[in-house]
Write a protein that binds this ligand. Structure first.
Ligand code: GLP
Length: 261
């Protein structure tokens, strides 16, 4: 696992956008994994800037989302499919239909989960998966206790996650759905490069467990320690509980600039 400590979200976004840009230069039809939440927003803004400057195109890209709430009306602004459209897909040249997500309004939810796994496999798997992390250590919506071998399935959100996400629902916890469909931890681990972004002191404990804690279903993101290519980008506040922060800084400072993340 590579840990990259940067002064702020904008610096992190530039590094992640560099990585996406070089992936697309090598493979214009790459498969991207998109995350919702506030963590990737600066990355999306930076990618949009580069698209507008003509530096990159997503015209041949396909993308898969990590998760979706169950039961939000199709036109609800917080439905993750609508969030991704608003924050990213609708601002670049991703063709209509290029972004897929699990269908949280399907009649048969287990069948929708299986279909989603099949769609990711049929696309050849995800090349680069963007991730945020919940304050309880979840990635996508794999809450504490999730099987480390899980695939896309229905999950019940913890009350902490519902409280954390209430800010997107006018502060009303009761408006936050109780259930979601989420890629499992094994689904996420199948992506070829995992790129996790975390900023702010509220993420410091989760980041500490992610990078330096024992691998445990209690902190689901720790499964990333088993991934051969996982990059964790954090700001100083999110890095504040890392014991080896000095070493991570030294490693990154000594890295040749051509090497990328
Ligand atoms: C949400 C999403 C995750 C996200 C996490 C952190 O519930 N399902 O994909 O990484 O929580 O969100 P934020 O980046 O807003 O802190």
């Amino acid at each position: 696992m590579e840990v990259v400590i940067q002064p702020d979200a904008a610096a992190i976004a530039r590094l992640v956008a560099d990585e996406v840009q070089s992936l697309l230069a090598a493979r214009p039809d790459a498969v991207l994994g998109l995350a919702t939440g506030s963590s990737p927003l600066a990355v999306y803004d930076e990618l949009v800037r580069r698209y507008e400057a003509g530096a990159l195109s997503l015209a041949r890209v396909r993308a898969f989302m990590l998760d979706e709430y169950v039961g939000l009306p199709d036109d609800h602004p917080e439905r993750y499919r609508n969030v991704i459209e608003r924050e990213f897909a609708g601002r670049v040249d991703l063709p209509a239909g290029a972004v897929q997500g699990p269908d949280g309004n399907a009649e048969d939810l287990p069948a929708a989960c299986a279909a989603y796994e099949a769609a990711i496999a049929a696309a050849g798997g995800v090349d680069l998966q963007l991730l945020g992390i919940g304050s309880d250590g979840h990635i996508a919506f794999n809450e504490p206790g999730s099987s480390l071998a899980s695939r896309t399935r229905i999950k019940t959100l913890t009350s902490q996650t519902r409280r954390d996400n209430a800010r997107f629902f006018d502060g009303d916890v009761e408006a936050v759905p109780r259930h979601c469909l989420t890629q499992g931890l094994a689904t996420i681990m199948s992506a070829r490069h995992l790129v996790l972004v975390a900023t702010g002191a509220g993420k410091a404990e989760a980041v500490h467990h992610l990078v330096e804690g024992p691998v445990s279903a209690m902190w689901p993101a720790t499964i990333m320690q088993h991934h051969p290519r996982a990059t964790v980008l954090v700001d100083d506040a999110a890095a504040s509980r890392l014991q080896l922060a000095g070493y991570y800084r030294e490693v990154f400072a000594g890295k040749p600039s051509w090497q990328g993340l």
